[in-house]
Design a protein around this ligand. Structure first.
Ligand code: ZN
Length: 402
């Protein structure tokens, strides 16, 4: 299922190809989100034309609407949304537990104190999680088996097991108990999938363990021992980037020991510096809402490390600007000559075309970044290319210049 082509000598980075039911995915790769069955503002052919070979569908949202029965009646998510290439689906655990632990994502990322619950989660037990639908207020239940059944109906190429997404502001004892439950849920997911899973669908286990080095290592060993063909890294990764890189490093160091040849996915991470660091730590695929969400907020990705690789075109300073979003960028937005001034106007006027143009630009930026990193690994030049990108070289330019 996973062929490794080259390994970097100075880090854990590797390049490879995932061979999946609906095609191949070259790695390391970023995976754009098609949360509710659409990469917002784009058509599947736009996403493919940018060079993407896999997208991520969200089990939690698709469970609530349109529902797995309807998608199944179309022959699965590929047919329903007309995306013919590989799809990875998450388990729904992250969204369900975000409901229980406060703001979506904030608590998981350590930015918010616990205790502020939305009231949408009704109970977490050994069997699963009961929660209230944000659409109709109806009570729903997500268990390891129901998560796998939904993903079977969606017929994704890669399904993720249901995990308890351990938040940041909990005790070590809570994290340890939660991680053990995740391992029991992993076994239930694999048992269900062995009996009922669609042919060709691969299941990734999830490494939890919070910010505890020994729990991350033990979780990596448990996931490897379960025999699942791929591994995702989830849960809280700490309060800031240095801690995140350290926690991911603990997990990949353990995985390198116990299952070095299995593919690794890092859940919910996709800022430019984190992608570079993640590749060096041995991550093969990443998914994240950031590039597409930023686009809808008028923010473009640019090679500016001091500005967090962002320029906010919603700001008044861009009114009337003739500057391109990024000089020399080969994306459909920049090659067509759209200016920062036009995108500023389109964002302020809430014209959907503006969101679409910036989505194309941002996804093109990350596609070229990942392509540079793959080429650099293959050429044995990851160290210099990563350094060039970190100091502000544009993707494409970085690999050519270094
Ligand atoms: Zn562009």
């Amino acid at each position: 299922m996973f062929e490794i082509h080259s390994r970097d000598r100075g880090s854990r980075a590797r390049s490879g190809t995932l061979r999946l039911a609906h095609g191949d995915v070259r790695t390391p790769a970023f995976v754009p989100l098609a949360t509710r069955g659409a990469v917002k503002t784009l058509e599947p052919r736009d996403v493919a034309a940018l060079g993407y070979e896999m997208i991520l569908g969200n089990t939690f949202h698709l469970l609530l609407a349109p529902g797995p029965e309807l998608v199944d009646a179309y022959g699965g998510l590929h047919e329903f949304m007309r995306w013919p290439a590989p799809i990875i689906t998450d388990s729904g655990g992250f969204q369900v537990f975000s409901l229980g632990h406060g703001g979506v994502a904030d608590e998981i990322k350590g930015r918010r104190r616990s205790g502020q619950t939305s009231g949408s989660i009704l109970g977490i037990g050994e069997e699963g999680v009961r929660f209230r639908s944000y659409l109709d207020g109806g009570v729903r239940f997500l268990s390891p088996e129901t998560s796998m059944a939904v993903q079977a109906a969606l017929r994704s190429d890669i399904a993720l097991v249901l995990d308890e997404c351990t938040p940041f502001h909990v005790t070590r004892e809570y994290t340890a108990r939660s991680t053990e439950r995740t391992h029991r849920w992993l076994e239930r997911c694999l048992t269900w999938h062995a009996r009922h899973g669609p042919a060709g669908q691969r299941v990734y286990g999830i490494v939890q363990g919070g910010i505890e080095q020994d729990l991350r290592a033990a979780s990596a060993e448990a996931v490897a021992a379960s025999g699942c063909p791929g591994v995702a890294i989830g849960g809280t990764l700490g309060r800031d980037k240095p801690q995140m890189h350290e926690v991911v490093g603990w997990a990949t160091a353990a995985l390198e020991r116990v299952c070095p040849d299995r593919p690794r996915h890092l859940l919910g991470i996709g800022e430019v510096d984190d992608l570079i660091a993640g590749v060096e730590l041995g991550i093969d695929t990443f998914d994240c809402a950031v590039p597409t969400r930023l686009a809808r907020h008028g923010v473009a990705l640019v090679p500016d490390p001091a500005g967090r690789w962002r320029v906010d075109l919603a700001k008044a300073q861009w009114r009337g600007s003739r500057e391109p979003v990024l000089d020399g960028c080969p994306c459909p937005c920049c090659t067509a000559g759209f200016t920062r001034g036009y995108l500023h106007y389109a964002h302020r006027a809430r014209e959907l075309t503006g969101a679409r143009l910036l989505t194309l630009h941002n996804l093109a930026f990350l596609a070229r970044l990942m392509s540079d990193l793959r080429a650099a690994i293959d050429a044995g030049r990851l160290g210099e290319v990563a350094a060039a990108l970190r100091s502000g070289a544009a993707p494409g330019v970085a690999i050519a210049a270094s």
